[in-house]
Design a protein around this ligand. Structure first.
Ligand code: PLP
Length: 376
């Protein structure tokens, strides 16, 4: 079915199963040839209707919270790992029945919960700060000066590691293998004496191995090299790479206005339904559209909320836009559904899957009771 077909409700996040499986096949190959374990970071992609497919390739999930851990246990199965900057006692009570691994962000937290973790036979780890920066955008840089994420080498002494089975390092963001290599070198330089005492090392997410041009062979060489040096389990927990380029956000033009330039108002909102466009910020691609001025008709595209800055960008099209025209914003599956909000009560995009055989399956529509229930 064509993704702009009127049988699909607008707006709608449409996950294309064939593209998702292509990413998963690449990850399976990386796992088989490097010997590492790859688990899905639910923070980036948690569309659980796809879990039956994903669990054929990945062995579990990593959770940022009790709710994500519960979803992983209920809907995915396999291994459930957890990390959060800080846990309350009631979080640990619930996580005890849900997770296999847990990484703590501070020694305070580890000491506070050690007894409960050990009695539940959960493998404990510490998130460490590799003291090496790679992320280009400060918002996504866990190793930035003053970061609250991870323990620095100088904050650890020998006795602190008693009972600890793993180190967790998350330092990358949409990065290539060279960034992992540099992070690994910094980590090894700082922690070399302690690495052999661990059962596992988790190199976090941010490995964008499914991006065109990513040097997968280099990644495999780096991972193999690390495993040969230390002979311990290595885990990666990407989110973006799993759902990278696996489908668009379908939307519709609702009106066209003019204020020194033509402006199309859409039935979605950047801030509510594609927040990274404003947060990162970046300009998403639109299928069959071009940079402003390249095609005959240029428009600024804006969302249907009150926020003045709810603007996605300027684009040009072959035809003039009019109410009812359908547009496809590319690559709107990772970090979209998970971050979307009901701001302004703008109709929330439905969720659908384009199956491998070309059938469209509507998974979920949102209606007024969903909006209302979040507010009281
Ligand atoms: C601890 C941790 N693990 C994994 C991820 C997933 O990263 P990505 O989706 O960039 O692969 C993140 C992202 O912020 C993270 O903070």
């Amino acid at each position: 079915m064509k993704l702009t077909d009127s049988a699909i409700p607008s707006p709608c996040y449409i996950c294309e199963e064939a593209r998702l499986e292509r990413n998963l096949l690449l990850m399976q190959d990386v796992q088989q040839r490097s010997g590492v374990k790859i688990i899905l970071a639910l923070k980036g992609f948690a569309m659980w209707a796809t879990f039956p497919l994903i669990r054929q390739y990945l062995q579990g999930c990593t959770a940022s919270s009790v709710w994500e851990a519960r979803l992983a246990r209920e809907a995915f199965g396999g291994e459930v790992h957890a990390y959060a900057p800080a846990y309350k006692p009631e979080d640990i009570e619930q996580l005890r029945g849900l997770v296999n691994h847990i990484s703590f962000n501070s020694l305070n937290q580890w000491r506070r919960y050690r007894g409960q973790i050990e009695s539940a036979a959960i493998s404990p780890g510490l998130r460490i700060n590799p003291e090496h920066q790679e992320a280009e955008v400060a918002l996504y840089d866990p190793a930035a000066p003053g970061s609250r994420l991870g323990i620095r080498r100088a904050q650890l002494v020998e006795g602190d590691l008693e009972g600890i089975e793993g180190f967790h390092i998350h330092n990358l963001c949409e990065s290539g293998p060279d960034a992992l290599e540099r992070t690994m070198a910094a980590f090894e330089a700082n922690f070399a004496d302690w690495i052999p005492r661990m059962k596992w090392i988790n190199f976090g997410g941010g490995h964008l191995m499914t991006r065109a041009g990513y040097d997968v062979e280099h990644l495999i060489r780096i991972l193999r090299g690390f495993r040969e040096r230390y002979d311990i389990e290595v885990i990666l927990e990407p989110g973006s790479a799993v759902a990278w380029r696996t489908g668009p956000l379908l939307c519709e033009v609702v009106d066209v206005v003019n204020n020194q330039l033509d402006i199309a108002i859409l039935d979605i909102s950047a801030t509510a339904h594609m927040p990274d466009v404003l947060e990162m910020p970046y300009r998403p691609a639109i299928r069959d559209a071009a940079e402003p001025g390249v095609k005959a008709h240029t428009y600024r595209l804006g969302g249907n909320s009150c926020l003045a800055g709810d603007v996605i960008g300027d684009y040009s099209f072959d035809h003039p836009l009019q109410a009812g025209d359908r547009l496809l914003f590319e690559d709107m599956i990772h970090y979209t559904m998970v971050k979307s909000t009901f701001f302004n009560g703008v109709q929330h995009p439905a969720i659908g899957i384009l199956r491998k055989d070309g059938r469209f399956e509507l998974i979920r529509v949102f209606d007024y009771p969903d909006f209302r229930a979040r507010l009281g």
